[in-house]
Ligand binder design. Sequence first.
Ligand code: SF4
Ligand code: SF4
Length: 576
Amino acid sequence: MNNQYPIYTLKNECVDCYKCVRQCSMKAIRIENGHASVIPERCIACGHCVLVCPSEAKKIRNDVNRARAVLTAKKRVFVSLAPSWAGFWNCGEEKLIAALKKLGFEGISETALGAQEVSIEVTKLLSKRENKIHISSACPAIVDYVRLYMPDYTQYITPVGSPAMTHAKLLKKHYGDDIGIVFIGPCIAKKNEADRNPELIDVSLTFHEAAQWLAQENININDIEVDEGTCFVPQKAYEGAYYPIEGGMNKTIRLSGCAKDIQLVSVSSIPAFKDSLQNLHPDTIDRPIFIEALACPGGCANGPCKDPEKPGILTMSDILRTVKLRDNIPNEPEVVVEKEYVAHPQNTKKYTPEQIVEAMASIGKHGIEDELNCGGCGYDTCRQLAEALLSGDAEPSMCVSYMRKLAIRKASAMLRSMPSAIVMADADMRILETNEAFVRMFAPDLLEIFKDRPEGLAGGALDRVVPFVDLFKRSIKSGKDIHKERYAIDKKLYDIAVFEIERNKIVGAVITDVTQTEMKREQIAQKAHAVIEKNIATVQNIACLLGEHMVDTELLLSQIAQGYEETPAEEEQEFK
Ligand code: SF4
Ligand code: SF4
């Protein structure tokens, strides 16, 4: 048994954009150590996060090897093929059946057969008029959504298994309880359904996984030879093939003879479903309502594992083209999977106002004016983020405005505390930013203005403050950093490093007064000279006495002395 949840995150691929958090209506995603991971207990496996993740970090569990294992373990294994197959594979049904059988399957059957059974049973249930509200159990993502997030409505879910489960039961009735069943469709939530009902469905694959498996076995559908009599077993499906398109289930219920006074409505997508059920109460409606609800907008045809390249309208058109109607629809289903759905309300912990205030403070929100509710973190409001922080599902670094303020504060603290002068200028050589050390160094007369104005010297002309603007101009033009080691201005020497901040737009410089250091070097050199000269005299005397190597020794000592002396006044390095 593979215990991995059907959707997971490749942490190294996650770029912390929080798009999945923003787009998951269930907020079933936790950010931990800067990376997003799905919370299985809250996830309904709608697959939306997989579709929206810009870095393809959200992945779907691959069950091909599990399906292979079923083929090895069981004598006969059948495919339950979702009716939206025609929107994914552009080939006739015979070629697809022949290709899938080459993988080792005993037979290929349409899940639509199960859908027809469900419609007949639901029509019967509706005709009893025992409830005013009925919610279809066909979509496992919707069923989980109701159980987890609208638990009071769980009682209205029709007490029958999904088309896939009903189809599995039908196949077992025809071919024996020992057969294996592999579902293939456009849905991720079906993996949850298979995991939870292993007695009916062994494994659930997506269309992509099945296509990958065929490719691994070098089976090319278009080139495949089709034997005579190749067809779906135990028979072709009829009206059940309408199911993957929004409104399709209701169509089949009408065809099954549903009374006209029962209102059949269809809703697709989680937000639309949530809205449509808001405040719905049986006492406020005068006739029974059946809600065909599907988590994917437009129906399963738009499931997360459809062909992403194919225009949606063509997908639907190709599916509808396969539908064939029968003259008589039975009044009784051949099989029914009786199913009781149990509410599983989420334990949303309530926090005290003090806890919320504390959590808000941790992201720099100290008053209502700080609450931007920008949604950048993935949550609609700052308060929702605060609650997620308290529950451990979020981190303070998710708040963009807080991180920005923090970065600005850190940068200005660094600017303030640096002993070197810092200045940044734009392409027009207008000052953008300076620190106090810069003003003290080059414009001490402006120190009061600098301190009084929140923007300091910003906007001022750089050439009115420093005489080396040409270095900035050259750097901004060439994109190269420039380093002057001993730049003389009046009686002072400066080390100037000019560097590009934004290509051709912003340039900055770090300037250090090195006059003192250079003077010390000179003093050391002078003292060294004196010592050397004394030494030379002594050595000359000794050499005279010894008559050896006097010239060599003098040369060597002179070189040492020169090393301490000042090198040329200006030394420039360009690098990058
Ligand atoms: S969408 Fe989610 S999983 Fe994908 S990169 Fe953004 S934060 Fe990470
Ligand atoms: S699959 Fe759906 S419910 Fe689960 S985390 Fe992704 S978007 Fe949320």
